[in-house]
Design a protein around this ligand. Structure first.
Ligand code: FA5
Length: 342
């Protein structure tokens, strides 16, 4: 009987080793070791044996059960780790697969316009200057001949800042700059302080902010480029020649510019300038004029010795005209189909 038991164990171990999956192994475990197994049946016959035989068969049964249990546990571990490998393989993400499909991006059309503008002016001998977007009231208004109660302040719908923890700075003294003109004052003061000018020939492109509602021609956050020239004997003729040269360099020879009288507190006389293409339609681009003597004085320059002109125009509007874009808001909605065209 002991031989039969050990043969049962041999067969069982071979079948366990061949179990194809965890379900099959579970069935086999019940068959070989469960209540209805042959081992259990053999155990039931033991009571008819004499004590000596019972001892031998009992030992054989225990050994067979241990072998079968170890075989089942070993096979279960193998099948489980194989199943885990299959699952991992199925869930694997091959990130390199996407490399081949990546498209090469490019700068935003406004950034492209900004950079082309800089190129045109640098080609005309100008330096590029910049200033902070958070400005003081003095640079944004006062230095530009706009004292606190000046009615023309209402031309710019200003966003004021109320910073916490800036001791000694009254809230109404800090604002988001409404135009790039404060860089005029910063540049003149720096030139005088550091002794590199006048003569001054600079352009200052940058981001500006106004309490404007977005529509086809307005954005609350937009971009301007400021131009400032301070030298001896500068006239309105230099200003109009510069704008015409820029227009042709940027838009092409078939576009032309014109100036219309206007008002800005920091220039006198002041003008607005428009450009027109072959269709004869005029489009307003920006403001300009001769630098007001009060502005020169605020920045430490003698208006008897130095004269200058300044201009400021909208980069977003420029891009709109150049690329025939209907609505300025298209530039800020981040629609790939629109942006890919540039
Ligand atoms: C000014 O901001 C003056 N600082 C310009 C200037 C500079 C005059 C130097 C004289 C000397 P104005 O508010 O008109 O001016 O704005 C200038 C240009 O910015 C406009 O002609 C327009 O092209 C653009 N612009 C103004 N508001 C918006 C807006 N909300 N969205 C997009 N572009 C705008």
């Amino acid at each position: 009987m002991s031989d039969e038991v050990s043969q049962l164990a041999d067969e069982g171990v071979a079948r366990v080793a061949a179990a194809a999956d965890l379900d099959a192994l579970h069935e086999l475990e019940l068959e070989l070791l469960g209540k209805r197994s042959r081992l259990t049946a053999v155990k039931a016959t033991m009571r008819d044996l004499d004590p000596e035989q019972r001892k031998t068969v009992g030992a054989a049964l225990n050994a067979a059960r241990t072998r079968l249990e170890e075989a089942v546990t070993g096979r279960r571990t193998e099948l489980e780790s194989a199943a885990r490998r299959v699952q991992l393989e199925a869930e694997r993400l091959d990130l390199t697969e996407h490399l081949g499909r990546a498209t090469v991006g490019h700068a935003h059309p406004i950034t492209q316009t900004w950079e082309r503008l800089e190129d045109v002016f640098v080609g005309m001998g100008y330096r590029v200057a910049d200033g902070p977007e958070v400005e003081t009231d003095w640079f944004n208004f006062e230095a530009l001949n706009l004292p606190p109660s000046h009615p023309a302040r209402s031309l710019w719908d200003t966003l004021y800042l109320d910073p916490a923890g800036l001791d000694g700075v009254a809230a109404e003294q800090l604002l988001l700059r409404t135009h790039t003109s404060p860089v005029q004052a910063r540049t003149m003061l720096a030139a005088v302080r550091d002794g590199w000018g006048p003569p001054i020939y600079v352009v200052c492109p940058g981001r500006v902010y106004r309490r404007d509602t977005a529509d086809a021609t307005h954005l609350p956050v937009f971009h301007q480029v400021e131009g400032l020239v301070v030298d001896r004997g500068i006239t309105m003729g230099d200003l109009s020649g510069t704008i015409e040269t820029f227009t042709k360099a940027y838009f092409g020879a078939d576009l032309t510019s014109r100036m219309r009288p206007s008002y800005f507190p920091f220039t006198e006389p002041s003008a607005e300038f428009d450009i027109s293409g072959p269709d004869g339609e005029w489009l307003e681009l920006g403001g300009c004029g001769m630098v007001h003597p009060n502005v020169l004085r605020s920045c430490g320059l003698d208006p008897e010795e130095w004269t200058g002109f300044a201009f400021g125009f909208g980069i977003d509007r420029l891009a709109k005209v150049r690329h025939h874009v209907e609505d300025l808001r298209d530039f800020i909605t981040n629609d790939q189909r629109f942006l890919e065209q540039f």
